[in-house]
Design a protein around this ligand. Structure first.
Ligand code: ZN
Length: 199
């Protein structure tokens, strides 16, 4: 397994819709192993293939099941979130979302970051419930009903497969804050990557 360089905002593959995987061959298995190792090394809770420079519809995730967002939803929205700590990979996914809650955004709890915009995080509303379908690594059908933070991970990673970063979705005033940060870092142009350290 290899830790792969992670593409940074501005790299064209991050801003382009990824292609369907046509056959799950050895190359795909190697890519998935490398993505999982890269995600753990980063460390991150999810990684989409465009983030390692590959324009294919695959993402991986790893969730310990203990994010404060889930406690927040239980308390404030009365959503009964099951224990959903898990890891996985999906190939050629679809994602079905619930409606978005309408109350004001909690700027501390409802924030997310991205390994392709390293070191930053901004608040963003996501759907509290999502149903992920697609194939697993063996090509078997996969269906996962997710709530709270896991649903957020799925939405973030699924967006990557459509060339959308979370910073494309943040609302004012954070949209300007994030674009200033990208300019300040010298990002927003092709060819930039970073490599997570091996442990
Ligand atoms: Zn991301």
């Amino acid at each position: 397994m290899t830790i792969l360089p992670i593409t940074i905002v501005g790299e064209p593959v991050l801003h382009t819709s990824a292609q369907e995987v046509s056959s799950i061959d050895q190359q795909i298995h190697t890519l998935i192993d490398d993505m999982q190792q890269t995600m753990h090394a980063a460390p991150g809770v999810g990684l989409a293939a465009p983030q390692v420079g590959v324009g294919l519809r695959i993402f991986t995730w790893h969730y310990s099941g203990s994010h404060p967002y889930d406690r927040f939803l239980r308390r404030h929205a009365g959503i009964d979130i099951p224990d959903q700590g898990r890891s996985g990979v999906v190939i050629n996914p679809s994602l079905e979302l619930s409606d978005f809650r309408e109350e004001a955004l909690d700027r501390e709890i409802e924030r997310e970051g991205c390994l392709s915009v390293p070191g930053y995080s901004y608040p963003l509303r996501r759907a509290d419930h999502a149903i992920l379908t697609g194939c697993d690594e063996q090509g078997n059908p996969l269906r996962i009903e997710a709530y709270g933070w896991l649903a957020r991970i799925f939405q973030h990673e699924f967006d990557h497969l459509n060339g959308t970063l979370y910073c494309d979705r943040v609302n004012a005033p954070y949209d300007e804050v994030v674009s200033r940060a990208i300019t300040r870092e010298g990002w927003g142009k092709p060819g930039l990557t970073w490599v997570p350290p091996s442990h």
